[in-house]
Design a protein around this ligand. Structure first.
Ligand SMILES: Cc1cc2nc3c(=O)[nH]c(=O)nc-3n(C[C@H](O)[C@H](O)[C@H](O)COP(=O)(O)O)c2cc1C
Length: 251
C-alpha cells in the first residue's frame, strides 16, 4: 500500500538515464552483419514491448522474430521492388536503400490485430456514425501498437544497439506478399518492421524541433501552426535533409 502522506521525491537521476537512451536512439539503415544479436537480447527487447500501454488494454500486437537470412533477403527484395514501383509512379519520396534490411541481425516484424477495434467504442451497425467511430478505433489501435513498439526500440537502444523503424507496408499487396513468408494469418496485418544491431557507419543525430516549437501552455500557440503552403514548402525544401542528414550539417 502507498503511504499517501509520504513526501514525493522526483527521481531526476533516473530521468537522465532514460533521456540518455531517448536522445541517443538514432535511426540506422545498415548494420554490421558480423555482430549477432543473441536471442536473450531479442527477448529483453520484446519484454519491453510487452509492457506497452494500449486502448482497453487490448494489447493488439504480435512480434515475429526473423532469423533466417533467406527470409530477411526476401523481405528486403519486396521493399526494393516496391521502391521501384513507386519511382515509376513518380511518387516523390526520398527512399533509403532497403537492401540494408537484410544486414540487420535483430529483425522483428510487427503485426496488428485490427479485429480488436471492437474492443473500443464502436457501434458495429455499419452506419455513417459507426464509420467515424471505426476510424477513431483504428487510430487507437495503431497508437497502441506504436506505443509497444517504441518501448522495444528504446530497449534495443538501451542495450547499445541502433534501430530502424520501417513502415510503408500497409498496402494489400504487401500483406499478400509478406504474410506467407512468416505464416501470418490473413486476419492480422503486418504494419512495421523493427531492425536493430550495431551500425555499419557512425549514426548521426537528425533534426528535432525545439521544445517551444512543440510545447503549448493552456492554449495552442499559433506560432506553431503551419499553413498548407508552408507544409508543402517543408516537404519540398527540408524533408530530404531532415531524413538523411546530420542536424549539425543542415544549412
Ligand atoms: C511510424 C514510423 C515509420 C517509419 N517508416 C520508415 C520507413 O518506412 N523507412 C525508413 O527508412 N525509415 C522509417 N522511419 C524512420 C524515420 O525516417 C526516422 O525516425 C526519422 O527520420 C527521424 O530520425 P531518428 O529516428 O534518427 O530520430 C519511420 C519512423 C516511424 C516512427
Amino acid at each position: 500500500m502507498n503511504d499517501m502522506t509520504a513526501r514525493f521525491e522526483p527521481n531526476v537521476a533516473r530521468y537522465e538515464t532514460m533521456m540518455d537512451v531517448v536522445r541517443n536512439r538514432l535511426t540506422t539503415r545498415q548494420f554490421r552483419p558480423d555482430i549477432a544479436v543473441p536471442r536473450e537480447h531479442v527477448e529483453m527487447v520484446l519484454e519491453a514491448a510487452r509492457h506497452g500501454p494500449s486502448g482497453a488494454n487490448a494489447q493488439p500486437w504480435h512480434y515475429i522474430v526473423v532469423t533466417d537470412p533467406a527470409v530477411k533477403k526476401q523481405i528486403a527484395d519486396y521493399f526494393v521492388d516496391e521502391q521501384r514501383k513507386r519511382a515509376k509512379m513518380k511518387m516523390k519520396f526520398p527512399t533509403p536503400n532497403y537492401r540494408g534490411l537484410e544486414t540487420a541481425p535483430g529483425f522483428i516484424v510487427v503485426a496488428a490485430d485490427f479485429r480488436f477495434v471492437r474492443a473500443f467504442p464502436v457501434l458495429l451497425d455499419g452506419s455513417e456514425l459507426d464509420k467515424q467511430y471505426q476510424a477513431n478505433a483504428e487510430r487507437i489501435l495503431l497508437q497502441s501498437v506504436a506505443a509497444s513498439t517504441m518501448s522495444a526500440h528504446l530497449a534495443a537502444a538501451a542495450l547499445g544497439y541502433q534501430v530502424w523503424w520501417v513502415t510503408a507496408i500497409g498496402q494489400d499487396d504487401a500483406q499478400t506478399a509478406l504474410r506467407p513468408l512468416l505464416g501470418v494469418p490473413d486476419e492480422l496485418s503486418i504494419i512495421d518492421i523493427m531492425l536493430f544491431g550495431v551500425p555499419a557507419k557512425a549514426p548521426y543525430k537528425r533534426w528535432k524541433k525545439t521544445l517551444p516549437q512543440i510545447m503549448n501552455w493552456d492554449r495552442f500557440d499559433m506560432k506553431n501552426f503551419m499553413t498548407l503552403e508552408e507544409i508543402d514548402e517543408w516537404v519540398r525544401e527540408h524533408r530530404h535533409k531532415v531524413m538523411y542528414r546530420d542536424e549539425a550539417k543542415i544549412d
